[in-house]
Design a protein around this ligand. Structure first.
Ligand code: HEM
Length: 490
């Protein structure tokens, strides 16, 4: 016999794991059978809440390497030397589906990376699209509910989705991404990542810029057609998980080249759009990409639940030199993620190894709570005690002499009254013309979805697309009519 001694959860050896203690051979069970109770009671509690969005995901460890100097833009220590490497953990996800849903569903993809830096954890909680559906955070729960299941039928419901999208036209730019083949990436390795939001990065002198981050896939950007994605969803719903795991296992490590776009406060004031509007991109011609690093994924997780399921990312997990901007969606996310982690994983979620910073955090007042498993700072006072000196890093004073905000408190519904909301979506439609079949596939994918809506919602959808580009509207009307035939009147 070899291998570990089989025990119960308390370490007591169990000679016969499948035996149950009973009265006689076939009589009732005995309550004293701790081996049985221990294993069934733990089994009963195996599931934790799945993420309310981005429930379905795949992850891998890796590293970030600085390739070019950007110390004029950012003072974060992990960026201070060319060639410096920082360990990372990345989780990719789909947004709307449940934990077991298919990898190739039409959906944006999450692209979240945790950097275990010498100054604490930095999380980039990004998507594979450079824009998003909303700029007013109060819409998020409404919007997400329209992407999930109808509370009555328990079915995904195109009527709910298009009812929402047509009433909230700031979505249209993201919809071009979603319904083009970009909405079904070929694999997790073949897609880009984008901060989407504007962030604020500062250098050691306190000079700051607005920044957007781009992770551009070194594998080349590749997509699936709707037919390919549907076929894979039936034949191998875990296709992307398998592709990522197997490529890393055989040493074919995926990587991304990382760039920033930067903008000064004065430049931001001159743009047609607000830099705090998550539905807009910064034109590359005016704000070119500047390379500074590489992200490489080279290590599969040893245990999916421990590392991927229990990973907890938040845009509020940041390090000196990188701060959120005033984008209201980003500001809301700063609250939402740690809030949901406390619900999903518990108040001590930062002690779970995949979430634990490597630089020995010290905060004597953050103590106790469920699952306090790191020794809880032993006999140290549980407050900042006068006779236990600590060091405060003086140079980490940010936000001074930066943006100044003032004004009355007011309820503000951020709408854009000119037609600029439609311009960038129209530009993307024109960009699709450069690629084989991409405009045609967008029309086909939109028509497939819109044709299952009721007629009034279909009419609103045509009107929405007419504002983006008249050609989309006319081609879409024809494609929907072709699908519905006589049913087009309903
Ligand atoms: C996951 C909230 C917008 C990217 C989540 C989760 C919540 C959430 C509650 C689940 C987190 C967990 O259980 O660990 C929100 C709210 C938003 C918002 C309230 C807007 C008001 C966005 C945007 C992006 C984004 C704009 C991208 C730019 C992600 C990603 C994940 C995620 C990548 C998955 C993280 C992981 O892999 O664990 N979001 N979200 N979210 N969100 Fe958001």
């Amino acid at each position: 016999m070899s291998g570990p001694i089989y025990t119960n959860s308390q370490g007591a050896p169990i000679p016969e794991p499948f035996a149950t203690q009973r009265v006689g051979q076939h009589g009732p069970l005995l309550l004293q059978d701790f081996n049985l109770l221990d294993s069934i009671a733990h089994f009963d509690r195996e599931r934790i809440p799945e993420r309310v969005v981005h429930a379905h995901g795949s992850g891998a460890f890796g590293y970030f390497e600085v390739t070019d100097d950007i110390t004029d833009i950012c003072s974060s220590k992990f960026l201070n030397t060319i060639g410096k490497k920082t360990r990372t953990f990345t989780r990719f996800s789909t947004v709307g589906g449940e934990k077991g849903s298919a990898d190739t569903a039409r959906d944006p993809r999450g692209f979240a990376t945790k950097f275990y830096t010498e100054e604490g954890n930095l999380d980039w909680v990004y998507n594979n699209t450079p824009v998003f559906f909303i700029r007013n955070p109060s819409k998020f729960p409404h919007f997400i509910h329209t992407q999930k299941r109808n509370p009555h039928t328990n079915l995904k419901d195109a009527n709910m989705a298009w009812d929402y999208w047509t009433a909230n036209p700031e979505c249209n730019h993201q919809l071009v991404h979603l319904f083009s083949d970009r909405g079904t990436p070929f694999s997790l390795r073949h897609m880009n990542g984008y901060s989407g939001h504007t962030y604020k990065w500062s250098n050691a002198k306190g000079e700051w810029h607005y920044v957007q981050v781009h992770l551009v896939t070194d594998q080349g950007s590749k997509t699936l057609s709707a037919e390919e994605a549907t076929k894979l969803a039936g034949e191998n719903p875990d296709y992307c998980q398998q592709d990522l795991f197997e490529n890393i296992a055989k040493g074919n490590f995926p990587s991304w080249t990382v760039y920033i776009q930067t903008m000064t406060e004065a430049q931001a004031a001159q743009q047609k759009f607000s830099v705090f509007d998550l539905t807009k991109v910064w034109p590359h011609g005016d704000f070119p990409l500047r390379r500074f690093g590489k992200l490489v994924l080279n290590e599969n997780p040893r245990n999916y639940f421990a590392e991927v399921e229990q990973s907890a990312f938040s845009p509020s997990h940041t390090v000196p030199g990188q701060e959120p901007s005033a984008d209201p969606v980003l500001q809301s996310r700063l609250f939402s993620y740690p809030d949901t982690h406390r619900h999903r994983l518990g108040t001590n979620y930062a002690l779970i190894p995949v979430n634990a910073p490597i630089n020995k955090p010290f905060h004597p007042h953050i103590r106790d709570g469920a699952m306090s498993v790191d020794g809880n700072l032993g006999s140290h006072p549980n407050y900042l005690a006068y006779d236990h000196p600590v060091t405060f890093r003086a140079e980490v004073l940010l936000q001074e002499n930066q943006e100044v905000w003032s004004g009355p408190a007011l309820p503000y519904h951020w709408t854009v009254t000119d037609d600029y909301d439609y311009v960038q979506a129209g530009n993307l439609w024109k960009v699709l013309a450069r690629y084989d079949n991409q405009q045609a596939n967008l029309i086909k994918n939109l028509a497939g979805s819109i044709s299952s809506c009721r007629k009034p919602i279909r009419e609103r959808a045509f009107a929405l697309w007419g504002k983006v580009d008249k050609e989309i509207e006319s081609r879409l009307k024809k494609a929907v009519a072709d699908i519905l035939g006589d049913d087009n009147k309903l």
